[in-house]
Design a protein. Structure first.
Length: 125
């Protein structure tokens, strides 16, 4: 496999999939993902992906998503007995997906089109 494809796949695995591992593990053990976990993950995921981006627009969007989902997490904590609208769980899921896809496109451009090495992969020379 070409080095640029290895860099792309490694970046996707380590930057985008590994941070979502707690959700997969929670789903495996419980059969579902809790409101708190999904909302907190969407906030942290947006912040972490935003700061690893080279695009100021992506950074700005991810900061806004992170703030929105942090506020949503605060609402879950403050009003747990009132119930939490399912819309926010839906929103958390879709925002994770949007951030994932935006960064996937950026990583494709960086590693496939521009042949940028992923930091953890050293070329044999």
């Amino acid at each position: 496999m070409k080095d640029n494809y290895q860099s792309f796949l490694a970046s996707i695995a380590l930057h985008q999939i590994l941070p979502l591992m707690p959700l997969f593990i929670e789903f495996t053990y419980l059969g579902h993902v809790t409101d708190k976990s999904l909302t907190m993950t969407s906030a942290i995921y947006a912040f972490s992906i935003g700061v690893s981006s080279r695009s100021p627009a992506t950074l700005g969007l991810c900061i806004l998503i992170g703030i929105l989902m942090s506020a949503s997490y605060g609402a879950i904590e403050k009003y747990p007995k009132e119930g939490y609208p399912q819309f926010y769980n839906f929103l958390s899921f879709w925002l994770i997906l949007v951030v994932f896809l935006i960064h996937l496109i950026e990583r494709f451009r960086r590693h496939i089109n521009e042949n940028e090495d992923f930091l953890l992969i050293k070329k044999n020379k």
